[in-house]
Design a protein around this ligand. Structure first.
Ligand code: HEM
Ligand code: HEM
Length: 550
């Protein structure tokens, strides 16, 4: 076992700090923090690193970007737009692209980092969901995560609105429509954000306001939340994937220093390298192609960044419903698509950990993750949500799809209107079946062993395949399903249901509870050989960490 001690080079500064702050205990404890070794824990790190890249590249952009709606005539080196009347904001974004050394690279790095940030957040969230890592005690981090996700979307929207080109204006036009459709407060929100009528009118404060929100307020809040997210994670420790050694009370993995520190440092550089390569070679948001925003121009096939696609899609397939009562118009055609899909996905995600706890009655602390197949209802619901999101996202490109596949635009709209309801249900059913199929396979391996590929002939001439017992590690992963069920407090030994199973809500709860465990296929140990769960019967008091050195 390796001891995590400070290297010679940092001993001096550490001693200096220790003399003043008494920090040795702090460093000793935290340098030894154990990190799990599963690849999927890297997804959160990609989010963290792309956020750092956003902060750095964004700061570079602020040096030249002019958040001003004052009109000017472009006179930079992009000849096609020379003499064109535009805002100073747009002219400065063009200046960054063509006349500042490394400017275009930085703009593209910033934009690619934003894409990677949102994509990694989504992948990270799915990892956390499908493994059940949000369960007690990590519900708080789940909620903080959702907050950062929402803010990331708004931050991106405001970011790509800043250059004030044709695409920016198209997005802002929609943003204003959505803001105004909100009952009671809509006109105020629109006024605070836009400062006046948009697009015709006095909305000169818009870009300066978006700028303040984009470079100061929102990144500040995200930074605060990321810090809280990391501190909570550090305090609670990571969850772990079920392995032979892993128990609910011990975490196995590599120590922070030196193994994880080296790995994560390299990982930051790797993430930065990928974003820099994308920024250098893959064009993104070529604002010079479209010219300044012109409300009269038809900007067909314009799409927002991918993380806003769900809103775009739901707007496109929504029927034209409006209610006018007492002199007020309620624009359901904008309000529903703006609020409902995100409400379903984010609201659903926010209550899910608590709903699951209520249904299953499982209030235990969970440090070992579930394999997705072992929680078929959760995995099914997750896939239904992913499908719902994906269909709306695709609907945001219905014009492009219609053009590429030579279909009528109306046909694509109707197709998505039907699919958004049908596909999630199908996704749930298919996913649940696949999970149960995989459980059956696990149960077969656990009781009969693994196919060895060796065919044996019996004395009476019959051929059969010999099955070898599964390895200890594999058996332990398979049996993690049954281990997870231990102590599940659904009903007491006499079958008396848990206290909140009475009344109408109790009825709903017990039906949901039955659905949760329905069809469950027990995985039993095979009859010949070791038990394979790797537990020697020693329980470790408290939640200690354990390091394994290699
Ligand atoms: C989560 C964090 C952030 C996200 C998702 C984000 C996203 C974006 C996006 C998508 C753009 C449009 C880029 C383009 O023109 O193609 C943008 C522009 C910009 N961002 Fe950010 N950004 C973030 C943080 C920051 C920070 C912290 C700063 C400054 C300290 C910043 C400063 C800027 C500036 C000045 C522009 C306008 C420059 C231009 O578009 O050429 N951003 N941002
Ligand atoms: C700015 C965005 C985010 C950053 C930088 C971030 C970063 C991280 C990191 C580095 C970890 C530890 C490693 C890992 O488990 O991958 C983590 C854990 C966690 N994150 Fe995030 N995250 C973000 C967004 C989210 C979102 C959107 C959610 C869920 C809605 C979420 C929920 C969690 C939970 C529950 C854990 C603990 C998981 C465990 O211990 O297995 N995070 N986060």
């Amino acid at each position: 076992m390796s001891e995590a001690t400070a290297p010679k080079a940092v001993e001096g500064p550490l001693n200096f700090l220790d003399d003043r702050l008494g920090s040795t205990t702090f460093f000793n404890r935290n340098l030894k923090k154990v990190f799990p070794d599963h690849w999927s824990f890297m997804l959160g790190e990609i989010a963290l690193y792309s956020f750092i890249i956003l902060l750095l590249s964004g700061t570079f952009l602020t040096l030249w970007f002019h958040p001003s709606m004052m009109e000017t005539h472009y006179d930079g080196s992009y000849t096609k737009l020379q003499g064109v009347k535009m805002s100073e904001a747009y002219a400065s974004a063009l200046h960054i692209s063509f006349d500042v050394r490394g400017g275009l690279l930085m703009r593209q790095i910033h934009h690619w980092a934003a894409i990677l940030f949102m994509a990694s957040i989504m992948a990270h969230m799915l990892r956390v969901f499908f493994t059940g890592a949000y369960r007690k005690p990590r519900e708080l981090n789940w909620l903080i995560g959702l907050g950062m996700f929402t803010l990331g979307m708004v931050e991106g929207l405001f970011g790509y609105s800043l250059p004030d080109d044709l695409l920016s204006g198209t997005g802002l036009r929609i943003t204003q429509g959505v803001a105004q459709s909100i009952p009671l407060v809509g006109t105020y929100i629109s006024m605070f954000l836009f400062g006046g009528e948009f697009p015709e009118g006095n909305y000169g404060d818009l870009i300066p306001r978006l700028f303040t929100l984009h470079v100061l307020l929102i990144p500040g809040i995200i930074l605060g939340l990321v810090t809280a997210h990391m501190m909570i994670m550090w305090h609670q420790k990571h969850t772990a994937m079920p392995t032979q050694k892993q128990t609910e009370k011990q975490v196995y993995g590599y120590p922070f220093y030196p193994v994880f520190m080296a790995k994560t440092g390299a990982y930051f550089l790797f993430t930065f390298g990928v974003v820099a390569l994308l920024g250098a070679f893959a064009q993104i948001n070529p604002i010079w192609l479209f010219g300044p925003y012109d409300p009269g121009a038809i900007s067909s096939a314009s799409q927002p960044d991918f993380y806003m696609g769900i809103l775009e899609g739901s707007l496109r397939i929504m029927p034209n419903w409006e209610i006018t009562a007492a002199g007020h118009t309620l624009s359901l055609n904008v309000l529903i698509p703006a609020l409902l899909p995100l409400g379903i996905v984010f609201g659903g995600a926010a209550i899910w950990p608590f709903l699951e706890q209520w249904v299953t009655g499982d209030k235990r602390h969970h440090n070992v993750n579930d394999r997705p197949r072992n929680a078929p209802v959760r995995t099914g619901v997750g896939m239904a949500a992913v499908t719902f999101y994906g269909v709306l996202w695709l609907a945001g490109a219905n014009d492009v799809l219609a053009e590429r596949f030579h279909l009528s635009l109306f046909a694509t709209t109707w197709f998505f209107r039907a699919t958004v309801f049908i596909a999630p249900v199908l996704a749930y059913i298919i996913t649940k079946r696949i999970c149960l199929g995989l459980q059956r396979k696990d149960a077969a391996i656990a009781s009969h062993g693994v196919e060895s590929g060796i065919i044996v002939m019996s004395p009476d001439g019959k051929f059969s395949e010999r099955h070898e017992p599964a390895s200890q590690e594999q058996m332990s992963v398979l049996l993690s399903k049954e281990r997870a069920k231990e102590q599940a407090p659904v009903a007491d030994a006499n079958g008396i249901p848990a206290p909140n199973s009475k009344g109408p809500m109790g009825y709903v709860r017990s039906r949901l509870q039955r659905a949760w465990t329905f069809d469950d296929i027990p995985v039993e140990k095979h009859d010949h050989g070791h038990d394979g769960d790797g537990h020697d019967g020693h329980e470790v008091e408290g939640r200690e960490t354990k390091q394994i050195s290699h």
